[in-house]
Design a protein. Structure first.
Length: 348
């Protein structure tokens, strides 16, 4: 059995990832006076926003009634309220809230670095080794109608680094692409403080190694919902997958992912919340079924160049995990908010 079958659902990253991330932030900060070049997908001329339009709005008092804004609505920017509404600027506090919202109306390009330390076990060759990875998980909502949004949430494993045993009994490490998760969720608009979404979710076998992927095409339902205000959010996203195709020599999959979303927002772009995904492998025996992290994170929305960016750091202790599974994780998450490329309602 490969080590991946014990730690397949871990979201990991080594300390060198953190250093690389800090370097990226420093470069972005030094270039803040320069214009931002279009990315590979390129913003259309009509969708490109100026730095003034992307500027963070002054902070509204979260206690005031006027601070409450429906999902996707604009917040005035400075004294030029009309121009700000047209620009669609949000305050740092509203951005912190919407970035945490699983059915948000914001476009995001989120990078998540993880660094998991495996549990300590006598005579186990994997004892206290590290599992590292980098996820790219953009959030791409589109308004289908005035009252219905389609939220696409791919999770691409840009690399996964795991130890594995060789035929000679030694331990080596492979670092390559992992599998991709793709959730497409329909969500009713204008329902806050209640939020809800449901749709299909896929796992695509994009891994380049047996140790970093499951080798199976998988499909199932995704359902999420909760309650969100300017001060807090309590919600959860559930995803269940069953395999239906893929490599015949790989074991069948039947697994559940629960993402608890508990956050407190206290103004000026700060938030604190629960950190970790709860996982269940229904094909595993006994205690190996559940992976349950208990953790906390703290985040701040800042501006780098012309883009609002949330930087979040969290830590997790695994109260339950498969034998030889993870015990600790340190996580760094960087979430730039970009202009919404599809701004119009598709079916008015």
């Amino acid at each position: 059995m490969s080590i991946y079958e014990h730690i397949k659902a871990l979201p990991p990253a080594g300390i060198w990832n953190v250093l690389a991330c800090v370097t990226v932030i420093a470069c972005a900060t030094s270039a803040s006076a320069q214009s931002v070049p279009s990315n590979a997908d390129s913003l259309s001329a009509s969708a490109t926003l100026s730095s003034a339009q992307l500027a963070l709005a002054p902070q509204a008092d979260p206690e005031s009634q006027g601070a409450a804004v429906p999902q996707g609505a604009a917040v005035p920017l400075g004294s030029a309220a009309t121009a700000a509404v047209n620009a669609g600027a949000l305050s740092a506090s509203e951005l912190a809230k919407e970035i945490s919202n699983p059915v948000t109306n914001l476009w995001q390009l989120q990078f998540q670095f993880n660094n998991d330390k495996l549990e300590s076990r006598a005579f186990d060759p994997f004892s206290e080794r590290w599992v590292n990875n980098l996820y790219f998980q953009p959030v791409l909502p589109v308004s289908l109608t005035d009252n219905l949004n389609l939220v696409t949430r791919p999770v691409m494993t840009l690399y996964q680094s795991v130890p594995y045993p060789t035929a000679s009994g030694s331990i080596e490490r492979t670092t390559t692409l992992g599998d991709t998760v793709l959730a497409t969720v329909l969500s009713p608009a204008h329902t806050e403080p209640w939020i809800f979404g449901a749709g299909p979710t896929w796992i695509l076998p994009t891994a380049h190694s047996d140790q970093t992927g499951q080798g199976k095409w998988q499909l199932g339902p995704a359902v999420g919902g909760g309650y969100i205000t300017n001060k807090f959010m309590v919600a959860a996203l559930f995803q269940q997958w069953w395999d239906f195709a893929g490599s015949a020599d790989r074991k069948h999959t039947n697994q559940l992912n629960i993402l608890p979303l508990v956050y407190h927002f206290w103004g000026d772009g700060w938030s604190v919340g629960y950190s970790g995904n709860i996982l269940a492998d229904w094909t595993a025996p006994g205690r190996d079924v559940w992976t349950v992290p208990i953790g906390a994170s703290i985040a701040k929305v800042i501006k780098l160049g012309i883009l609002p960016v949330q930087i979040q750091i969290g830590g997790q202790y695994f109260a339950a995990s498969p034998v030889g599974g993870p015990k600790w994780n340190v996580q760094l998450q960087i979430t730039p908010v970009i202009p919404k490329l599809i701004q119009k309602t598709l079916f008015p």
